[in-house]
Ligand binder design. Structure first.
Ligand code: NAI
Ligand code: MG
Length: 352
């Protein structure tokens, strides 16, 4: 089978790091004849917007529909407002392709040091609800008189939405031999939405009693991320809580140059999309010094999603070897190497 992969390099450092990730796919296909892929590039970025007045063609989603997966760089350019790039490209893909899982590994790779002064291995995943919850456009502002001006922002949680993300968390735990799911909540204060969230999460937990369940309020949980990150395995969170926890999580294991993510449509009805957590980094774009590891790791997550956990593991091992040698690293993690040199070093490890 030949995997069809859509490549959206995007803006700024997006194309620079995506090139290295595609090169890794190329190397894999050369050393492993059972892995074949066909990459198709789409130049839907800010340049495209300035030419055509939109971030993607009218039938853009249809064009992506038949791919097995999407590898996304990053977008963002000072000539186009951020809400346009995000709301017209990333969000339509996430929403229309029902990528309701935002998947973020928080793993301290060998060769990296955590800013936390602790030696226990950090290795867990955050499974964030990616389609509803606190991030909706339901609400508004009211102005009667200045002293009474107010804003209302609604949280939308549906039985279907909370059930499917909870089921994904348990299924992920089981498939990966993990023993515990941690629910991030705030049902003591957000009494309608979060008590509902807890109730549905716990219905799913009750059907999966072979896996331990625990629940923490988000404020305490944030502190535990710093104090005992080694104690987590799968952290299940709503859209807002998961967003914040993900950045905290990536900060304790090496930062934005490393952090990968997946936007997953678990049913496989639509393609899933994989992207580094970082943005287009205009401050270093064009200098050739962006760390490609986050995007290469994202490509590895894509391979695992496509059923090739063996290739995922091989890519991660190659990244770790390069990190452990500490010879070819980009400036963000203390080296002087270029994006290309790091990409090549990882490819060399794979070929061995
Ligand atoms: P950013 O992630 O682009 O950059 C934050 C800082 O991290 C910068 O100092 C940058 O140089 C550094 N950095 C990021 N990735 C790096 C890498 N691979 N290697 C080394 N250093 C790296 O976030 P920022 O500055 O807030 O946003 C810049 C643009 O990116 C904005 O237009 C924003 O909207 C967009 N953005 C896009 C995202 C996406 O496409 N999914 C996600 C986040 C931001
Ligand atoms: Mg974020």
């Amino acid at each position: 089978r030949v995997y069809k992969i859509a490549i959206l390099p995007g803006d700024g450092i997006g194309p620079e790091v995506t090139r290295e990730a595609v090169n890794v796919l190329q190397v894999l296909s050369e050393i492993d004849s059972t892995f074949q892929y066909e990459a198709t590039e789409f130049n839907w970025n800010s340049e495209f917007y300035l030419k055509h007045g939109r971030m993607m063609p009218e039938d853009g989603l249809d064009m992506l529909m038949d791919f097995d997966a999407i590898l996304f760089g990053a977008i963002g350019d000072h000539r186009v407002p951020d809400p346009v790039t995000i709301w017209e490209l990333i969000l339509p893909i996430r929403k229309n392709f029902k990528q309701y899982v935002n998947f973020r590994p928080i793993k301290l790779l060998k060769g990296l040091e955590s800013p936390l002064k602790q030696n226990d291995p950090i290795d867990f995943v955050i499974i964030r609800e990616n389609s509803e919850g606190e991030y909706t456009n339901s609400g508004g502002t009211m102005f009667h008189a200045e002293a009474r001006e107010m804003a209302v922002q609604n949280t939308v949680m549906t039985r279907q939405g909370v059930t499917q993300i909870s089921e994904f968390a348990y299924q992920y735990a089981r498939e990966h031999g993990l023993t515990k799911v941690t629910n991030a909540t705030k049902s003591n204060a957000v009494i309608h939405a979060m008590t509902f969230w807890d109730r549905i999460v716990e219905e799913v937990a009750d059907k999966n009693t072979d896996i331990k369940y625990e629940k923490y309020y988000i404020d305490a949980l944030s502190a535990y991320f710093v104090q005992r990150p080694e104690s987590f395995e799968v952290v299940l969170a709503s859209n807002l809580f998961g967003d914040i926890l993900s950045d905290l999580g990536s900060a304790i294991v090496g930062g934005l140059g490393i952090a990968p993510s997946g936007n997953i449509n678990p049913s496989g009805e639509f393609p899933s999309m994989f992207e580094a957590v970082h943005g287009s980094a205009p401050d270093i774009a064009g200098k050739g010094i962006a760390n490609p590891m986050a995007q290469i790791w994202s490509a590895a997550l894509m391979l695992e999603h496509l059923g090739r956990k063996d290739l995922h593991d091989a890519v991660l091992a190659a990244i770790e070897e390069v990190l452990e040698e500490k010879k070819v690293l980009t400036p963000d993690i203390g080296g002087t190497a270029s994006t290309k040199e790091v990409g090549k070093a990882i490819a060399r490890k794979l070929r061995k």
